[in-house]
Design a protein around this ligand. Structure first.
Ligand SMILES: *[C@@H]1O[C@H](CO)[C@@H](O)[C@H](O)[C@H]1NC(C)=O
Ligand SMILES: *[C@@H]1O[C@H](CO)[C@@H](O)[C@H](O)[C@H]1NC(C)=O
Length: 292
């Protein structure tokens, strides 16, 4: 009886597998990527998609308006869900489309068209995210001007001498640097801009200022114009600490540990008192203590 059931089951599984095989050769049955997207920063560009394949593989094919259909040798019949196309998208102003093709793992018939999912268009020059710039602060001798010396991040694109080009070398005149800055003692922000990698900011002598910097590409659409923001750097002030931040901050710094101690002591006392109160409350009805 049980053996018969097993045999039936085995037969059923076999039939199921055969029927799957049968339909697989008509490849409309292969699952396709449900979602395909580009992630790109400083011209390092990766095509990603979902889901992880099971029983089939993906091949990526891409082309631009001025770029013929190509494949990356690293992205043929892969079982992963990403493909680094950085070294192929070399016409930065071309507009690329990729196809994520679902293929059977073993090649059956090369003439067959396999199903695929198409990506959105991607133009490196317009679409890659720009990373954080870095910068240094230089004060002039009169202490009434600060110069920001900015360095754009490196891109993943190699120049003629095989070194990586910086973002500035790629965008050239299409790029500007913007700094938002404020006096350390206030919250009012100001803006200063430059087409070169140096920004001069007039300052009040003796005050400390805080700066951050980003790159802007005005020719791009609004949501894509600004780079990631740099870290914030502040200039040193010559005023004594308490004058800059006010007596309040200083007093606060001294008082804080004292207040903390008072709070802890109060808390401990309260807890003790509560415990005692609980004991007193429990003992008169005394059920859990005396009842046993
Ligand atoms: C790069 O692509 C742009 C836009 O499609 C095209 O105008 C330009 O001629 C291409 N450059 C080269 C060198 O193919
Ligand atoms: C390589 O090229 C870059 C940009 O074109 C340039 O800034 C750099 O000085 C060059 N380096 C060498 C070693 O020639």
């Amino acid at each position: 009886m049980e053996i018969a059931t097993l045999l039936n089951l085995g037969c059923f599984v076999l039939c199921f597998l055969f029927s799957q095989n049968g339909t697989a050769s008509g490849n409309s049955q292969l699952p396709v990527a449900t979602k395909v997207w580009w992630t790109s920063i400083n011209f390092k560009t990766i095509l990603e998609w979902e889901p992880k394949p099971s029983g089939y593989a993906y091949t990526v094919e891409f082309f631009g308006k001025k770029t013929d259909v190509q494949k990356s040798p690293r992205c043929i019949k892969i079982q992963t869900t990403e493909c680094d196309l950085t070294s192929f998208l070399l016409n930065l102003t071309d507009s690329y489309t990729a196809h994520v093709i679902s293929e059977p793992i073993e090649t059956v018939d090369k003439t067959e068209e396999y199903p695929y999912t198409r990506s959105d268009k991607f133009t490196p020059y317009k679409d890659t995210k720009i990373g954080q710039p870095t910068f240094k602060i230089e004060e002039n001798e009169a202490k009434n001007k600060i110069k920001l010396l900015i360095e754009a991040p490196l891109s993943s694109i190699r120049g003629p001498n095989n070194t990586f080009l910086s973002i500035q070398e790629i965008f050239k005149k299409d790029l500007e640097y913007v700094s938002y800055y404020r006096k350390a003692s206030s919250t009012g922000k100001k803006e200063a801009k430059s087409k070169t990698n140096e920004i001069d900011v007039p300052v009040d002598r003796g005050e400390s200022y805080c700066f951050n910097v980003h790159i802007v590409i005005p020719s791009r659409t609004d949501e894509n114009q600004q780079s990631q923001e740099s870290a914030t750097h502040c200039s040193h002030s010559e005023k004594p600490f308490y004058e800059e931040y006010g007596i309040g901050v200083l007093v606060g710094l001294i008082l804080a540990p004292v207040l903390l101690l008072v709070a802890i002591i109060t808390c401990v006392c309260c807890c003790r008192r509560k415990k005692n109160a609980n004991k007193e409350a429990n003992s008169p009805d005394g059920v859990p203590l005396k009842g046993v």
